[in-house]
Ligand binder design. Structure first.
Ligand SMILES: Cc1ncc(COP(=O)(O)O)c(C=O)c1O
Length: 389
């Protein structure tokens, strides 16, 4: 079956935060939104059918998952990511950000420090600070158009701040790096040396461009599996964010029980039934759909790359290795802090994510979500070109 990702689905009036909450979020009405990381594509038909079947049953009592659910998840990670998981490692949570918060509470105490690599997905900072943890950032270095890790600074920050938890974004949102095995090993060994747990957020792992390969942090070695929590979800991959489902893998029983205790303290127990249904169905039936989506996104990336080169100078696109998020450098325009964002809103009529929200190193950059029909992306790029004029 061929899927039509060119189809423009009108999302207005569905209460989605991307299109329907501009006013509530302090934005003018009528902007073209390419900010939050969900897609403008429908989830695979088989997933919709599974949800409809479940809805038609008509009883929405407490649910949990059985072995067929685990098999669907495990098969996905074994075949697509060469990562073999055991049933005892699985912990389901209502989202990755919830899990991240639980990890912060389980593995650190108030006042202690957490390490992040900025610029990074902003809840890494927000959730830490909301829980009275100190955020220590080691900034990624942009060198010849590609972000790199300053390993000396990474080690120094861990050592000096007695870091016990590192929040890794693998692949990295917003800079689009797909960390290599060597980079992950170096980070992992440093964390192990200083007794630091690694929470590896791998929610974007299914979006990898040709020439790159996702390495699951927990599959590096048994030593590193032992200090890690691997957070995955079908939500980015199959556009299911509103169904709030994530699957964590925690091989170390003491790390798992500490996290379980923290989750229990919130009062949370059963997952949302529809989240479970959609996740299993997506991992069972979504293979072909995802392959087609990946080649469509590659087409979007080709379009954006050419457009930036030919029409958007002095903006520079940072070539993404993974994720469906484009990160571009607007510093060449020489605007003062905040003015680039104003240009996006007031002149380009675009609602993007301002790079500054991702922390140090993000100022002067913007993030564009390109998981939309090509016509939408082209319209956004044309708006950018007009604003530059
Ligand atoms: C790196 C990263 N982690 C987590 C999330 C959100 O995960 P969830 O909706 O499962 O909390 C996002 C969404 O953009 C993300 O980019």
């Amino acid at each position: 079956m061929r899927y039509n990702f060119d189809e423009v689905v009108d999302r207005r009036g569905t209460n989605c935060i991307k299109y329907d909450f501009a006013k509530e979020r302090g934005m003018p009405e009528g902007l073209l939104p390419l900010w939050v990381a969900d897609m403008d594509f429908k989830t695979p038909l088989q997933v919709i059918d599974s949800l409809v079947k479940s809805a038609r049953h008509g009883i929405f009592g407490y649910s949990d998952s059985k072995d067929d659910y685990f098999q669907a998840v495990a098969n996905w990670f074994a075949k697509r990511h060469n990562y073999d998981v055991k049933a005892g490692w699985l912990k389901k949570t209502p989202g990755v950000v919830f899990a991240l918060t639980m990890a912060i509470r389980a593995y650190t105490e108030p006042g202690e420090a957490v390490l992040i690599q900025s610029p990074v997905y902003y809840p890494f900072t927000g959730c830490s600070e909301d829980n009275d943890r100190k955020v220590i950032g080691t900034q990624l270095i942009l060198k010849d158009g590609r972000y790199e890790i300053d390993f000396d600074d990474f080690e120094k920050k861990i050592k000096e701040n007695n870091i016990r938890l590192f929040l890794l974004c693998n692949p990295h949102n917003p800079v689009g790096r797909v960390w290599t095995k060597e980079e992950l090993l170096t980070m992992g060994q440093l964390c192990k040396k200083y007794g630091c747990v690694v929470f590896s957020d791998e929610i974007h792992c299914d979006f990898i461009f040709p020439g790159h390969r996702h390495q699951v942090f927990g599959a590096l070695s048994s030593d590193l599996a032992d200090i890690s929590v691997i957070a995955t979800a079908p939500s980015k991959t199959f556009n299911l964010a509103g169904l709030q489902i994530a699957n964590l893998f925690i091989p170390n029983p003491s790390l798992k029980s500490a996290l379980n205790l923290e989750i229990k303290r919130t009062g949370f127990s059963q997952m949302n039934t529809m989240g479970l249904v959609s996740c299993q169905s997506a991992y069972e039936h979504g293979w072909d759909w995802l392959d087609q989506l990946l080649s469509y996104l590659e087409g979007n990336l080709n379009l954006a790359r050419d457009f930036f080169r030919d029409r958007l100078s002095p903006f520079t696109l940072i070539e993404p290795e993974g994720t469906y998020l484009l990160w571009f450098d607007g510093r060449g325009l020489g605007l003062k802090q905040g003015e680039l964002n104003k240009l996006m809103i007031e002149k380009a009529n675009l609602w993007l994510d301002d790079g500054a929200i991702f922390g140090p190193g993000g100022e002067g950059f913007q993030r564009i979500n390109m998981a939309c029909p090509r016509s939408t992306l082209l319209a956004a790029l044309e708006r950018l070109a007009l604003a530059l004029k």
